[in-house]
Write a protein that binds this ligand. Structure first.
Ligand SMILES: [Zn+2]
Length: 244
């Protein structure tokens, strides 16, 4: 049965009220209920891989080294193709995946998530796995790319809202550190990504950092993961610390 939006809102309303009543009455909320509340109320719609027609990764993913991640890295696609509906955006996400697998020889699309100007989020490698998008930060960031080239203008409001919602969702799900820092791809290597004009916007995001420093050195395989409190301190105080 397909639920009408009004019916869905009604159910959500009841669910939220139950949640509040349970808090008042001191009744513990089940973890699965909490998770679904977060998804219903904070997370944007995420088009999963089968919905956008992804190919399987050619090999196994590696796990992220630090979850929740201290960084969110912002990209643009860098290609003058734009989309405003799910079909069009799915086609472009498939083209990004093909490029990354066939040309770059990566095991899959490099980003953790892709956002279209249709306002949807498209699942790449997701919340738990190391991406291939920003060397030095792949082990400890969620890489998000907006479809298109944003050298001369910023993405539309739908895409920017989805970006904010996705980050808020990641924090709520404890996949992104609550003291996360935002950086543009160009801060990690010599690239114009995420585009000159969009980068100026990224710099106005509340948690943008002017000086991102990896808290885990991905080049040293025996590096140890530092404890979360220290990790939070490093990110929030923006100290220049390289942990090995
Ligand atoms: Zn990039």
């Amino acid at each position: 049965m397909k639920l009408l939006p009004s019916r869905l809102h009604h159910i959500q309303f009841i669910f939220i009220n139950l949640f509040i009543l349970n808090i008042i009455n001191g009744v513990p909320i089940k973890n699965e209920d909490k998770a679904s509340l977060i998804i219903d109320n904070i997370c944007p719609r995420i088009i999963n891989r089968s919905e956008w027609g992804a190919k399987n990764a050619t090999s196994q993913y590696e796990n992220l080294k630090i979850i929740p991640t201290p960084y969110v890295v912002i990209h643009h696609g860098g290609i003058l193709h734009y989309c405003y509906d799910q079909n069009g955006c799915s086609e472009i996400v498939r083209s990004y995946q093909d490029l990354h697998i066939n040309k770059n020889k990566w095991i899959d699309i490099g980003y953790n998530f892709v956002i279209g100007e249709d306002g949807n989020v498209y699942e790449g490698r997701g919340w738990n796995f190391r991406g291939a998008h920003a060397p030095g930060y792949n082990t400890q960031s969620i890489g998000i790319s907006i479809i298109g080239d944003f050298s001369h203008f910023i993405p539309n409001v739908g895409a920017l809202r989805a970006l904010d919602a996705l980050i808020a969702c990641g924090v709520a799900l404890k996949k992104i550190n609550k003291n996360y820092a935002v950086m543009g791809h160009r801060q990690g290597r010599n690239t114009v990504c995420p585009g000159e004009v969009f980068y100026n916007y990224v710099k106005t995001m509340p948690r943008w950092t002017s000086n991102p420093i990896p808290v885990y050195d991905s080049l040293k395989p025996n590096s140890t993961v530092i404890n979360h409190q220290l990790q939070e301190d490093i990110v929030s105080n923006n100290k220049i610390v390289t942990v090995v």
